[in-house]
Structures are given as C-alpha cells and as structure tokens.
Design a protein around this ligand. Structure first.
Ligand code: FAD
Length: 294
C-alpha cells in the first residue's frame, strides 16, 4: 500500500495551496463518512488528505446582519441541529442534514461533504436547493459563488475546477411567513439512501403563496431545482385545509415530469416518478403549515 500524506491546515489559503499543489492526487477530508469508506473499499487512493476541520471559517455557523446564515462547509450536522436560530429559520435544511446516517455519523458528516460526494441522493442537497443556498468556492484563482444546484455535474462529478474547495453555504434572509421542509422516501425506517428526496421552501403573505422553490433528489443524475413546481405553488391560496389542491396537483405533476431516474433495487422508474409527486404534496404541506406560524 502506498503512503498517504495528511495535512490539517489552519487557514483556507494553506488548504487551497496544498490541495492545488497535489494536482489531482489529493482529497479534501471533512467528516470522512464518505471518503474513508471509499478509501477502505479501495475505490479511492489519494496521495494526500487535506483535512479542513481546523479552518475556523469552514467550521462556523454565522448569522448575517441581514438575517441570512452562512454555514461553513465543514460544520457537522449535529452542530446545525443544536443551532436554535438556524433551526427556526430553516427547519427543512436542518432536518435534511439530520437524516444523514446515525447519531454517530451526524457528529462528523457535513453538508459540504454531502454536496461534494456528488451523490444524486444526498439528503441535504434538495433542501439546500429549495432554500436557494449560494455556495462559495475558493481555488487557486480566487473565490466565486455558485447556486447550489449548479455544483453537481453528474453522479460523483462536480462543476469545480482543479484545486477548488467548497467554503460555505449562504442561506438568504427569510421574509415573514416563510419556512421550509424536507422529506425522503426510503424502504427502511432509517440509515438508507433516498429513493426520492424532496425539499420545499415557501413564503406566504395573507394566505397566498408569494414565493416557492422545490428541490428533488435521487430522480436524475443530479439533484434538480424544479422551477415549474415552485411556479405552480405561487399565487395559490392557503385555506383551513392547507394548500390549494389544484396547485398541489400541478406542482406534483411538474415534479414527476422532471424525473429522469434510474431503475434499481430500491425503486423502478415508474415508482420513483410517482413518489416524487406524492412527496412534493406532503413536503409542501409541512412547509406551508410551518410558514403559517412564522
Ligand atoms: C453509515 C452511513 C450512513 C449514511 N447515511 C446517509 C444518508 O442517510 N443520507 C446521505 O445523504 N448520506 C448518507 N451517508 C453518506 C455520508 O455520510 C454523507 O454524504 C455526508 O454528508 C458526507 O459528509 P462528510 O463530511 O463525511 O464528507 P467526506 O467523507 O469528508 O467527503 C465526501 C467527499 O466530498 C469531498 N469534500 C468534502 N468536503 C469538501 C469541500 N468542502 N470542498 C471540496 N470537496 C469536499 C471529499 O474529498 C470527498 O470526496 C451515510 C454514510 C454512512 C457511513
């Protein structure tokens, strides 16, 4: 077995330098819950591991002056769960991150690692897409921002250039009457990979939906932003029974239409396509109910 070098820089600049200098032979280590499993299985054999968990900027959750939040890419899910103000503003993002693995896994696993692993079924990604999260990336040529849905390029592939590291996620400020939710369908009760994952974020004003975004996971080569589903919800009235049935049906149909899933042991194409619509209805109902309380 070849030696693996390990570095744990204290600054992002040092991390980028070490990562870029290894020109493709290095891997970033956040929680390691994907990376170490893949190394043990012999799928990955990096010459250098760059541990980012000692970099202050990447391990902090910051509430911004405008009411938004900046979540470091190396913050563990358990830390997000314990952040009361983040949980109040973005319960869907927090619940999605906390569906990842077990209590032990959540003590390590990060949203940055979930995104950068590149799985179309990563649980935090559809919730981040629904939230409109902006991802800050730093590489040898400087910093840039990308909407989270533009980061994955395909299963296990990202739109990052060599040497680039995901630094943080920025969640926007929430207008009054806003909330979000995430649900996934798995064949078991926990510790499984989503057959479909759905994130919905919406804003309501005097009983009418004024903004909505929908993220769908595990139904295409990358997590999807389903713009048509969000549009179908906007303008709909929320009555005593919750969201308007016609708007929900239209949004569900948009989700099913967006699906380009694989057939595998967890679910057929027809099953995933149907479940995408069902989950949209359930997730939107939870988001609307939460938004009504804010
Ligand atoms: C028992 C178990 C159960 C699991 N259950 C689930 C589940 O229910 N849902 C789910 O979605 N996932 C699940 N996973 C997968 C895994 O836990 C998640 O994908 C997790 O979010 C990965 O985060 P991490 O910090 O551990 O990433 P790491 O393993 O540290 O990194 C993952 C990949 O991303 C790269 N990377 C990490 N951070 C960055 C960065 N900032 N910039 C650039 N590249 C980076 C790494 O080099 C690596 O290739 C499970 C894993 C295990 C072992």
């Amino acid at each position: 077995m070849t030696d693996v070098q390990y570095v744990a820089p204290r600054t992002l600049d040092e991390a980028v330098k070490a990562f870029a200098a290894a020109s493709g032979a290095a891997k970033i280590l956040a929680g390691g819950t994907d990376l170490l499993v893949q190394m043990r299985a012999g799928i990955l054999k990096p010459g250098l591991i760059v541990d980012i968990k000692k970099i202050a900027e990447m391990t902090a959750v910051e509430e911004l002056k405008d009411g938004g939040f900046r979540i470091g890419a190396a913050v563990a899910g358990a830390v997000l769960r314990d952040h009361a103000r983040l949980k109040k503003a973005w319960p869907g993002v927090v619940e999605a991150t906390n569906l990842i693995g077990s209590t032990q896994v959540q003590g390590r696993a990060t949203a940055g690692g979930n995104l950068c692993n590149g799985s179309p079924a990563g649980d935090s990604v559809p919730a981040m897409v629904a939230a409109g999260a902006i991802v800050t990336i730093q590489g040898p040529k400087g910093r840039r921002d990308l909407p989270v849905e533009k980061v994955p390029a395909g299963p296990g592939r990202l739109n990052l250039t060599p040497g680039e590291i995901v630094v943080c996620f920025t969640l926007p400020a929430r207008p009054k009457g806003s909330s979000d939710a995430y649900l996934r369908m798995i064949p078991r009760t926990e510790m499984d990979i989503a057959v479909v994952g759905c994130g919905v974020s919406l804003t309501m004003d005097k009983g009418t939906v004024t903004a909505a975004r929908v993220g769908l996971g595990a139904v295409a080569p990358t997590v999807l932003l389903v713009e048509e589903a969000g549009k179908a919800l906007v303008g709909s009235k929320v009555g005593a029974g919750g969201l308007d049935d016609a708007a929900l049906a239209k949004a569900a149909a948009a989700c099913s239409a967006a699906c380009r899933p694989i057939d595998d042991k967890r679910g057929t194409i027809a099953y995933r396509t149907k479940v995408a619509g069902v989950l949209l209805k359930r997730t939107a109902a939870i988001a609307a109910e939460r938004a009504g309380r804010n």
